[in-house]
Ligand binder design. Sequence first.
Ligand SMILES: [Zn+2]
Length: 57
Amino acid sequence: MHQCQICDTNQEEGIFIYHLYICESCQAKIVATDPEDPDYRFFVHKLRRIQQSPLNS
Ligand SMILES: [Zn+2]
């Protein structure tokens, strides 16, 4: 079990993008969300954590 970094719940099924864990349902939501949808900005904001974190820490 890992904690999804989007919905902040523990999920068994998911993937790591670098060190960021995203559950299957959030992956599906991101893929299905239109870029003009307000939810899309929320996902992008969360995903920016990848770029802001030091890679060699
Ligand atoms: Zn999730």
